[in-house]
Design a protein around this ligand. Structure first.
Ligand SMILES: NC(=O)c1ccc[n+]([C@@H]2O[C@H](COP(=O)([O-])OP(=O)(O)OC[C@H]3O[C@@H](n4cnc5c(N)ncnc54)[C@H](O)[C@@H]3O)[C@@H](O)[C@H]2O)c1
Length: 485
């Protein structure tokens, strides 16, 4: 079997000369090649041994009056989140950490006109640990490169902090198990912020699923197809070119959760159903190596990238659930096609399709409904969370703008409100693990001629009785947390 893991270790070593803290953690996520080849056996062995310590599904932690937050990673997403969090009442951004102190400029600017004055931690690639050890923090937000999330989350939970992390929460199966074990033992939340599940159409279709609109859901198509070629080759956008290094060292779906998350919620994954097995296939790389070679002709900076063998441009995964449903999940962030999340969900009585626009709904009569019927159904199934935001808008007398189709603020507001009210969070550590596990599973499948591989049951059987907990209708109630702007 040919893969890039050994090559990557060399690359990481080389890059280490020029910087970089990031690579220390990066290299640690690349599991031993022998272990990787034995992944199906390892999963089976671990699964047999594993017993759930405490069921975190539906877990409600003690109420927190004001949620005191520390952020690890103040790059693009960390700074953006800081701005979003500052628009929610009853929170305090008390601390932030980044290995590159120059990355504090953006977050400082974002928070300039707010009352938030975080204390900054830098100076080493482990300064974030010192921040997590503070006794006056309740919640750690992780917005570092994907391959660092799990280690940081585990450490933060061990220090008694709840964790919310950017996507995916982990990039290896071992990391997924560590997250589950630590969350269960510490009784700390570990929620992956799968924000696309909070987009208005996606939440409305989840509500439709909850109300039985689809009958039995049979199949879902999801994707994160969006061109990031320019971003990935930018010398300044992502710290230490981490996305390009991911493409140059891994195979399979390295960014699966936006396509999968909303559909997994609709299928009650980990709560009545669960992911059973999957296969993955990917195209050749037709673009990235060419681009790196082209750039390297004039710029020696790109020489190391011209030597890499890149993940194929289009990654596809087919997943079967225990209850017999199927998911088809794509990831293509290189080809210059229009942005496409697909979000096509097909049931025995109805179906929906988000992309390409316009969004469509079918009531099961072989046709997409006309605009009037579509709009009436969207209104009828509008979930409580969207009604709540309409109340906020009326209260403010202004439109509420937020990133990713409005999802970022709704996601953050509901996390804060649930923590303040002592309510379960919308997504738990089992979601984080199941949706992130496919990163390594898809890689294994691609490198084994698309053979099938079992998805671990991170709930250890509890999925059969766990209750749905994405409370989009605020059935558990809501607290006094408001939106400030
Ligand atoms: N959910 C979404 O819609 C969405 C959108 C964009 C990015 N993301 C996710 O957000 C995360 C961050 O992406 P980004 O675009 O902000 O990348 P980025 O490179 O801009 O930011 C990452 C930051 O982490 C810092 N960092 C690296 N090592 C560190 C260490 N040891 N200690 C402290 N800080 C460290 C870097 O210096 C950098 O500032 C990724 O996981 C990505 O997948 C999610």
């Amino acid at each position: 079997m040919k893969n890039n893991r050994r090559d990557f270790l060399k690359i990481a070593g080389l890059a280490g000369l020029s910087l970089t803290a990031a690579n220390t953690l990066y290299a640690q996520t690349v599991v031993d090649e022998q272990d990787f080849n034995n992944l199906p056996k390892r999963i089976e062995k671990y699964q047999k041994r594993h017993q759930q310590h405490f069921n975190m599904s539906g877990y409600a932690a003690p109420k927190i009056d004001t949620v005191r937050i520390g952020i690890i990673g103040t790059g693009n997403r960390g700074s953006h989140h800081a701005g979003t969090i500052s628009r929610v009442s009853d929170v305090e951004i008390k601390a932030a950490s980044d290995v590159l102190p120059e990355r504090f400029e953006k977050i400082k600017k974002t928070l300039e006109e707010t009352d938030h004055r975080p204390e900054f931690y830098s100076g080493s690639d482990e300064a974030w640990k010192e921040m997590c050890e503070r006794s006056d923090l309740d919640l750690i937000l992780i917005t570092t490169p994907t391959f660092m999330h799990a280690k940081m989350a585990v450490y933060a939970m061990e220090q008694g902090k709840h964790v919310i992390t950017e996507v995916p929460a982990a990039v290896t199966i071992d990391e997924c198990w560590e997250l589950v074990k630590t969350s269960e033992h510490t009784k700390k939340h570990c929620m992956m912020m799968e924000n696309y599940s909070f987009m208005p159409f996606q939440m409305t279709t989840l509500n439709m699923a909850k109300q039985g609109f689809f009958g039995e859901i049979v199949h879902g198509d999801g994707a994160y197809n969006t061109s990031k070629m320019g971003n990935n080759f930018s010398k300044s956008l992502y710290s230490d070119m981490w996305w390009l290094r991911m493409y140059g060292s891994r195979r399979g779906n390295i960014y699966p959760t936006h396509g999968m998350g909303p559909i997994a919620q609709m299928m009650n994954v980990n709560r009545g159903d669960r992911l059973d097995f999957m296969v993955s296939v990917e195209s050749k790389d037709f673009m990235m190596k060419e681009k790196a070679k082209e750039l390297a002709k004039d710029d020696p900076f790109f020489e190391e990238f011209a030597k890499m063998a890149y993940r194929g441009n289009m990654s596809s995964m087919l997943i079967k659930t225990k209850q017999g449903r199927t998911l088809n999940i794509q990831h293509d962030a290189t080809s210059p096609s229009p942005h496409n999340l697909i979000h096509g969900v097909y049931g025995t009585k109805g179906s929906v399709l988000f992309d390409p626009a316009p969004h469509r709904i079918s009531t099961g009569n072989h046709k997409w409904a006309d605009k009037k019927t579509h709009d009436e159904l969207m209104e009828k199934f509008k979930p409580g969370l969207l009604h709540k935001f309409e109340d906020f808008r009326r209260g403010l007398g202004a439109d509420i703008k937020s990133g990713h189709g409005g999802s970022d603020l709704i996601n953050v507001w509901h996390i804060i409100d649930c923590l303040r009210s002592g309510l379960p969070l919308d997504q738990d550590v089992y979601d984080a693990a199941a949706l992130s596990a496919v990163v390594e599973l898809s890689e294994w499948s691609v490198l084994n001629n698309s053979s099938s591989i079992k998805v671990p049951d991170f709930t250890a059987g509890a999925w059969k009785t766990n209750k749905p907990n994405m409370d989009i209708n605020l059935e558990n109630g809501s607290g006094t947390t408001t939106v400030l702007s």
